[in-house]
Design a binder for this molecule. Structure first.
Ligand code: TYC
Length: 102
């Protein structure tokens, strides 16, 4: 840049700084009442999993108490949690969905 006064030209180099966003796991929690078929549907619908993968995830949660449906940036993870919780409440199931920082 030439300051405009006919003086010295200054060239400033800024290194491109890239920062990776923090990632969050979205988890489903087991309970005794939500039907298995409903959980499979939730995993298919909100996490875009195949019927086979959704069934595996549901059974993992059923047997281990908690299981991962996906890993997302903060805002996307928050949206998934809200969508699942709203959908479960609408259908009067106690299904719980939470997010945790990786
Ligand atoms: N434990 C439930 C049942 O036996 C099924 C279930 C699986 C519920 C996963 C919630 O996140 C869950 N009907």
């Amino acid at each position: 840049d030439n300051g405009g006064d006919g003086g010295t030209i200054t060239v400033t180099k800024t290194k491109p700084r890239v920062k990776r966003p923090s990632l969050y796991r979205v988890l489903l929690l087991n309970d005794d009442y939500t039907p298995m078929e409903f959980v499979i549907h939730v995993v298919e619908r909100f996490f875009h999993k195949s019927r086979e993968d959704a069934t595996r995830i549901m059974l993992h949660v059923h047997h281990h108490g908690v299981g991962e449906c996906g890993v997302f940036t903060y805002e996307v993870a928050e949206t998934k949690v809200t969508q699942v919780m709203d959908f479960a409440r609408k259908h009067q199931h106690p299904l719980q969905c939470v997010m945790e920082k990786k």
